[in-house]
Ligand binder design. Sequence first.
Ligand code: HEM
Ligand SMILES: *[C@@H]1O[C@H](CO)[C@@H](O)[C@H](O)[C@H]1NC(C)=O
Length: 346
Amino acid sequence: MALLKVTFGFTILSVLSFTGSLAHPGFSGWGGTDPIGGGGVSFGLFPEFYQFSCPQANDIVMSVLKKAIAEEPRMAASILRLHFHDCFVQGCDASILLDDSATVVSEKNSGPNRNSIRGFEVIDEIKAKLEEACPQIVSCADILALAARGSILLTGGPYWELPLGRRDSRAASLSGSNTNIPPPNSTIQNLITFFKRQGLNEVDLVALSGGHTIGVARCVTFKQRLYNQNGQNQRDETLEKTYYLGLKSVCPISGGDNNISPLDFSSPVRFDNSYFKLILCGKGLLTSDAVLFTGNIGYIMDLVRSFAEDEDFFFHQFAKSMVKMGNINPLTGFNGEIRKNCRGVN
Ligand code: HEM
Ligand SMILES: *[C@@H]1O[C@H](CO)[C@@H](O)[C@H](O)[C@H]1NC(C)=O
């Protein structure tokens, strides 16, 4: 139902956007959230949003990304995570990009983000190039969405039509960042609850967790599993033995908190379905990865198996769930602003 409505909505909007986007840049269509879809499906966003106002937007994003990822392959992962941490805190509004200022308490210092979230310089470079080409047209929130999609494409993952037209917030939420982003030692029930809060279901949870097919995590985020999983100085028994021994050498019982380990050690800079294959054999890095299979919820275990067996199915569902995540509570119409600099309000 929701999917049909979205497709249909885009068809109408792509016709209307010709007049709509010229007369009212940021025209929000029938704006708001689809109450039936429940996934923050918004009619305010559509792929052709910059077709006339900045047709080269995606090319600019891709050229900066290509260079950044060639210099440091991990950057693709860092950029994808930025979009996730943006969308889970007051919607996809680039709140995560705001620095501390007289009026803003930055989300960059939250528990999940501090010493962890990265990639801001790449977003700055994209924004600077876009401001040169199309001043004050492309929002920082859309840059994050475009850059996340581009990062996945450049690391071997799927491509999809990306709804655009998000605007930027004038505020950040440090408390939202502390409470809405799931912690790495989450149980399966915790994960389901955190995602439901954003209008995302169990299929979205499993598919989007596949984002961990690229990138790394610090020792401090998985140490509990190695030394004290249950509060009784026991390791997590679901960790495969040789993998466990390897992790212990990277992550000693004391110190080494910032040592890093790949989330998918078999192909850490390649977007593929190996994350799910690893989970099946006890080699998921975080508790939140492992519990997708060890959490004993049959239909979630089945999804992990299906994604491990069928990469096309994973790619298809990942793309769908990314669109859904990207539609969480965007600012549209005359709400918010188009920042000139992603780090501060205008
Ligand atoms: C399901 C709940 C999730 C939890 C508990 C979680 C937790 C984490 C943690 C703890 C790290 C390592 C951070 C550090 O070392 O400081 C991480 C990294 C990462 N996460 Fe997640 N995450 C989740 C979902 C997602 C989603 C939905 C995406 C994107 C679709 C994502 C993308 C990433 C990426 C790409 C990295 C690596 C970043 C880098 O190497 O710079 N995660 N995640
Ligand atoms: C997760 O880690 C936090 C911080 O170390 C801790 O307070 C909490 O009890 C842990 N939760 C679980 C379910 O182990």
